[in-house]
Design a protein around this ligand. Structure first.
Ligand code: NDP
Length: 335
């Protein structure tokens, strides 16, 4: 069993030497547990947050600790009544070939209903983050204008498409012309603005001169500072993630906080952060609704798919640098 573990805390953008591979025997499940073979592995930005030794919403990784993460897996042997050999499951399987988890934390994956990748994307934690974050925190109404950052990424691409499905006008922010093109032409957003352009702020205003009702923020930093001034009166800012800051970058002048607070008052803005697990029980209709949207193609399954165990670390590093569109997934075995 190969397991990717945490070797050292990176001072800035992580590199491959942050990780090390440990090899060992395939473990045996205990009472109530299942042994699973990971098929699809997820790489997620919160892992970068866990590399800092400081308080967050998720505990820091210890040096030597196995890297956690969601996976789609197949049950190899079961000591839990609900599961049998061969079943397909979504589990917190981590970056390894085989995982042991409690049977009660596994959820069933039905490949008749949607391809395996969808259970890490729209039908998994990523999809629920976009859905529950937008609905619970933003309470969008048809006709409102929603702005989404990291719009070509896993959560952002879904938040925008959900906004469209709910009858809103949706604008994206992404890191290149090519991504902006995909966001509009493939994902159906109404417009998309490149934050690397020197005219970013003007471009943002030009595509929505009346401003934005909701900002679904995945990035924080300079981008969000520019956006805030373009929010409408009583606008809602949903703080989903701050990826532009996770590697310790600080692209804002300290005085910007005064300016930021001033605009909260002037525009009477509501700003709410959330973590997907807080909203776990808010939307029992989620699976049914999302599966329906996938089926009638209102939501597209957008993934950047890598092949092989050796691609897990490169896929993670590439995602942090914006080399993905949609959900980054690594296939390490076949069902
Ligand atoms: P993505 O698939 O969106 O990948 C990350 C993207 O972030 C990259 O593709 C890149 O796109 C963008 N990015 C990277 N660095 C910067 C930067 N300096 N400035 C602007 N954009 C940058 O990842 P996810 O969809 O998995 O996650 C998106 C956000 O959602 C993250 O902040 C994550 O922490 C958060 N999240 C929050 C959850 C919650 O419960 N609150 C749950 C899950 C995710 P580009 O090319 O456009 O720069």
């Amino acid at each position: 069993n190969r397991r990717i573990c945490f070797a050292r805390r990176p001072p800035g953008q992580p590199t491959a030497d942050v990780f090390t591979i440990a090899e060992g025997e395939v473990p045996l499940p205990g009472d109530g547990q299942i042994l699973c073979r990971n098929l699809l592995v997820s790489v997620d930005p919160y892992l970068r947050l866990k590399m800092h030794d400081r308080e967050s919403y998720t505990p820091p990784l210890e040096i030597g600790e196995q890297i956690p993460g969601g996976s789609i897996a197949q049950v190899v042997s079961s000591r839990h009544d609900d599961w049998q050999e061969g079943d397909l499951v979504a589990i917190p399987g981590g970056w390894q070939d085989y995982a042991i988890v409690l049977g009660k934390v596994a959820t069933r994956v039905d490949r008749e209903r949607a391809p395996l990748e969808a259970w890490l994307g729209p039908l998994g934690m990523t999809g629920y983050t976009a859905y529950a974050g937008l609905l619970s925190m933003g309470q969008p109404k048809a006709g409102e204008t929603i702005l989404v950052s990291a719009a070509a990424g896993a959560v952002g691409s879904l938040a925008g498409q959900i906004g469209k499905a709910l009858g809103c006008r949706v604008v994206g922010i992404a890191g290149s012309d090519a991504k902006c093109k995909t966001v509009v032409e493939t994902l159906g957003f109404d417009a998309c603005v490149d934050y690397r352009s020197s005219t970013f702020e003007e471009d943002l205003r030009a595509v929505s001169p009346d401003g934005y009702d909701i900002y679904f923020d995945n990035v924080g930093g300079r981008i969000s500072f520019c956006v805030q001034k373009q929010m409408k009166l009583f606008g809602r800012i949903i703080v989903c993630g701050l990826i532009s800051q996770y590697s310790g970058q600080n692209d804002l002048d300290p005085k910007s906080l005064d300016e930021y607070m001033r605009w909260i008052l002037v525009r009477r803005l509501a700003i709410r952060g959330f973590i997907v697990s807080d909203l776990a029980r808010n939307h029992p209709e989620f699976h049914e609704t999302m599966a329906g949207w996938l089926k009638n193609r209102q939501i597209r399954l957008e993934t950047t798919l890598y092949q092989g165990f050796g691609q897990i670390v490169p896929a993670f590093l590439a995602m942090l640098q914006g080399q993905n569109t949609g959900k980054s997934i690594i296939r390490i075995a076949e069902a």
